[in-house]
Design a protein around this ligand. Structure first.
Ligand SMILES: C[S@@+](CC[C@H](N)C(=O)[O-])C[C@H]1O[C@@H](n2cnc3c(N)ncnc32)[C@H](O)[C@@H]1O
Length: 225
């Protein structure tokens, strides 16, 4: 393992905004499940999750834009979330948390109705394992356990496969679709309001990479209940 990575691992151990539960704790009773408002954020503001947050650009960007909401980035890779956690600390952003866990255990990490919104940012399209896609029926069933009624899911991605699959899931399950764009920067932003434009203009690490390769970015938003 590289020196930088080791340094980051040591440093995030000291970050107050990073929670790294053991597998045993996740499986047998995570101390913040159902208690994020009271014991972590100490307010009743809506909680928004970014799943597979990587460096946490959306978590930090949205926390800056919406001080009246709380944002939690979840990823299995601590060395990536170090960036978002560090930025939050340096910039004094107090409405973020970073949770190091597999998203597969999400229902063990949040209580019923604890979450208002979910963001999926450039998630792995899992070409050979549709069940593992973050918009598969398996994951939607998990989200239903923690999302408030009519909770919102946002997907921003480069993958045609994941985008098409998600639109199929929306149609098959009669989820309420609020937005669909196959080309965020040449189509969606032209008809969006300023707040939505600002939201779309947050660029993640992977998004920058795909834009450099000339890929088109897609976005959809839908509610499930
Ligand atoms: C393609 S990257 C996207 C990262 C970031 N959202 C971005 O756009 O730059 C996918 C991220 O999902 C994380 N990931 C993959 N499978 C995961 C899982 N089962 N649980 C938690 N995180 C996972 C990876 O560590 C990686 O950071």
């Amino acid at each position: 393992m590289g020196k930088d990575k080791l340094k980051r691992f040591a440093e995030i151990e000291t970050f107050r905004n990073v929670i790294q539960p053991s597998m045993d704790e996740v499986l047998n009773g995570f101390h913040l499940k159902g208690k994020w408002h009271k014991d972590y954020f100490r307010n009743d503001n809506p909680i928004v999750l970014e799943l597979g947050c990587g460096k946490g650009e959306y978590t930090v960007g949205m926390a800056n834009m919406f001080p009246g909401k709380n944002f939690i980035g979840i990823d299995i890779k601590g060395s990536r979330m170090w960036k978002g956690a560090k930025t939050s600390i340096i910039e004094g952003i107090n409405n973020t948390a970073f949770l190091r866990s597999k998203v597969d255990f999400i229902e063990k990490l949040f209580g019923e109705d604890e979450v208002s919104e979910i963001w999926l940012t450039f998630s792995d399209p899992q070409p050979k394992k549709p069940r593992k896609r973050l918009t598969s029926p398996l994951f939607i069933a998990r989200y239903l356990k923690l999302l408030k009624p009519k909770g919102t899911i946002n997907l921003k991605c480069d993958s045609d496969l994941l985008f098409e699959y998600t639109l199929e899931q929306i149609a098959e399950n009669n989820y309420e679709k609020q937005e669909e764009s196959w080309d965020v920067y040449n189509e969606f932003v032209n008809r969006a309001d300023q707040a939505t434009k600002d939201l779309m203009n947050i660029r993640t690490f992977y998004e920058r990479k795909w834009l450099e390769e000339g890929k088109t970015i897609k976005y959809c938003r839908f509610t499930i209940s």
